[in-house]
Design a protein around this ligand. Structure first.
Ligand code: GUN
Length: 291
């Protein structure tokens, strides 16, 4: 069987071009530029790379980005004060706290996210936005990675309605919101996680497998049926090489479609962050209807 490689690069580029066009239109009418504030705590090298990509992409589309960096030993209250100040700023439309936080602050992640004003929650992690997603109300802000996966599936004409989908990974960032979006689109969804006894028991009959674990090459040919669609959200480094959760070479000729790593879901996540920031700006500026 021929395996389609579902690139996210061109699609993400199209989303960014559209965002740039809109920003230029607003600015040429005399409006201010949209603004995104990114909070980074500690020195995690992967987080630093992701955050610099976010700033770089903002620059490309004309969104102002504001960087707030704190050392690993920062006090909780100092980050909280930063969020409160950003909530009040007229020139800041989106606020995100890069995750994961350093170990010392990790169990207070939700407390910080809850402080972000829901209208500026460009990650869609605030309980208000999570709640809207859970009840199938489209007015909330949706988390970037699952939103990017849905757009990728739609773009390549892969309909999830009535399909059996397995989500491997149950994080608040990807697995749980992804499952909700799929249910809202009438897929039949199973969610596997760290305590799942036999992941292949679920994946072997699935039409679509989405993996977001960070375990290199977890998903192998013998775990999925012929013709399955494999969406790889994982990203790890093995011997200096970036690899995904899916054994890409092994599933070639067996799966009907697979996303590459890098160049698959990754670029979509950043593009969705830009789209969300622009949407928050448009809502705050009264340029959109509320529904
Ligand atoms: N860490 C990994 N993915 C994400 C994301 O989408 N948003 C934030 N804030 N942190 C992340």
């Amino acid at each position: 069987m021929e395996t389609r490689v579902l690139s996210g690069r061109e699609l993400a580029q199209k989303v960014l071009e559209e965002a740039k066009r809109k920003v230029e239109k607003y600015v040429s009418c005399g409006r201010r530029s949209p603004g995104l504030a990114v909070i980074l705590v500690g020195d995690d090298p992967a987080s630093r790379i992701y955050v610099s990509k976010k700033h770089e992409t903002c620059g490309k589309v004309g969104i102002r980005s504001f960087s707030y960096e704190f050392p690993e030993n920062v006090g909780f209250d100092e980050i909280a004060e930063c969020i409160h100040a950003l909530n009040e700023r007229d020139d800041v439309d989106g606020i995100l706290v890069q995750l994961p936080l350093p170990e010392r602050l990790r169990d207070r992640t939700n407390e910080l996210i809850n402080m972000i004003h829901p209208a500026k929650d460009v990650d869609g992690f605030h309980p208000y936005n999570v709640g809207l997603l859970a009840i199938g109300d489209n007015r909330g802000i949706k988390p970037c990675t699952p939103k990017g996966v849905m757009l990728l599936l739609d773009h390549y004409g892969i309909d999830v309605e009535g399909r059996d989908v397995v989500m491997v990974g149950a994080s608040n960032i990807v697995g749980k919101p992804m499952a909700l979006m799929l249910i809202n689109r009438m897929a039949t969804v199973s969610v596997c996680h760290i305590k799942t006894r036999c992941v292949s028991h679920f994946t072997k009959d699935a039409d679509i497998v989405i993996s977001a674990t960070g375990v290199p090459h977890l998903i192998k040919k013998d775990m999925v049926k012929e013709g399955a669609v494999l969406i790889d959200v994982g990203i790890s480094r093995v011997n200096g090489r970036v690899v995904g959760d899916v054994d890409f070479d092994g599933v070639m000729g067996h799966a009907s479609a697979v996303t590459p790593v890098p160049g698959g879901v990754g670029p979509m996540t950043v593009a969705m962050l830009i789209e969300n920031t622009l949407e928050c700006y448009e809502r705050r500026e009264g340029l959109l209807n509320s529904n």
